[in-house]
Design a protein around this ligand. Structure first.
Ligand code: XMP
Length: 320
């Protein structure tokens, strides 16, 4: 059982001190490695790990081909200004070929898990001699995985999987007692800039979680373009999270007087405190209309744009 630390009960300074000491004592004179995606959790863990381990921690950004527009370069640069060196590892081919032919949500998640932990990390860990992987799993990830709702890509021990046996290294999870609101406070306490600690959540499986059905480079590019529009338009909304989702089925549309059997984008925008429950934001209709117009104009092949109005539960935040 993991004991939850709620954001209200969290003493940020004490938490940072304790976790820093804990990481130091586990890693000792060894080396550790961590993957930074630029999300709130992995950014917070990166700073915590560097505070504890300094040069003994190697931080990599895995370019899996599923990231948002300009994300890898933006994250590497931003951490550079924070004094943290981040290596960019190009693993696009590996991820895209592992996803080829898969349409089932859990199979896609499993393919990403295996590629990330076994192949890409297995190799990096062997090369670097690291014995530990530091990662930003939070309590909500564990809850939903254990409940069998959604297998979060980063949960193992609670499912009876020993990472040491399965992948050859140990995993350290300093944020596991926290939820998103607590992590933001720790990130802030560690000196993360607001553009990182206040960032909307983004899932580990990245844009793969936003493509219903087959994941191809073309379909990822479609959702990537729609995501950029939705994020730009809704960044002032103060919502918990917002996203674009590419649907699997096509619908009949028309363009220049001709039939266009096109693709559909669903927009979601959520009010939530900790992602356990969520309700759709009451966006002004004008905003929705502008979003639809920009997506139709800016994303080739889209003939339908919808807005989700069902709460979580029974929806979940991501569609996949
Ligand atoms: P759901 O879709 O389960 O999402 O309601 C709850 C929160 O978790 C994020 N999410 C994930 N994060 N790995 C992650 O690191 C995952 O596999 C994953 N799936 C969902 C989601 O964006 C939301 O904030």
């Amino acid at each position: 059982m993991i004991t939850e630390i709620t954001a209200q009960d969290l003493n940020t300074g004490q938490f940072i001190e304790e976790q820093t000491e804990e990481i130091k004592s586990i890693v000792g004179n060894g080396r550790a490695i961590n993957a930074l995606s630029g999300g709130v959790d992995s950014s917070t863990v990166t700073l915590l790990g560097h505070r504890a381990l300094g040069e003994k921690l190697r931080t990599v950004f895995i370019e899996n081909g599923l990231m948002r527009e300009g994300e890898p370069e933006w994250v590497v640069k931003l951490f550079h200004t924070l004094g943290v060196k981040v290596e960019l590892v190009d693993a696009r081919k590996e991820f895209l070929s592992a996803l080829e032919g898969l349409t089932d949500p859990e199979e896609k998640r499993e393919a990403i898990t295996q590629t990330f932990y076994k192949n890409v990390f297995g190799r990096l860990v062997r090369e670097s001699g690291a014995k530990h992987l530091l990662q930003g799993t939070i309590l909500t990830d564990v809850d939903e995985t254990v409940a069998g709702i959604k297998r979060q890509h980063n949960v193992f021990e609670q499912l009876g999987i020993d990472p040491q046996k399965a992948f050859g290294y140990k995993i350290i999870e300093p944020l596991i007692q926290l939820r998103k609101d607590g992590v933001r406070r720790v990130g802030k306490g560690l000196g993360l800039p607001e553009e990182l600690f206040a960032r909307i959540p983004f899932p580990g499986p990245a844009l793969c979680a936003r493509v219903i059905g087959a994941v191809t480079p073309e379909r990822i590019e479609t959702v990537r373009r729609a995501t950029a529009i939705v994020e730009r338009m809704l960044q002032g909304s103060r919502a918990f999270q917002y996203m674009a989702i590419l649907h699997e089925d096509r619908v009949t549309g028309m363009r220049e007087g001709k039939r266009d059997f096109g693709q559909q984008i669903e927009i979601r925008c959520w009010e939530s405190v900790d992602a356990r429950t969520a309700t759709p934001t009451r966006l002004p209709f004008d905003t929705l209309e502008t979003l639809a117009r920009e997506i139709i104009q800016g994303v080739p092949g889209i003939v339908s744009v919808t807005y989700n109005i069902a709460p979580k539960p029974p929806s979940t935040i991501e569609a996949v």
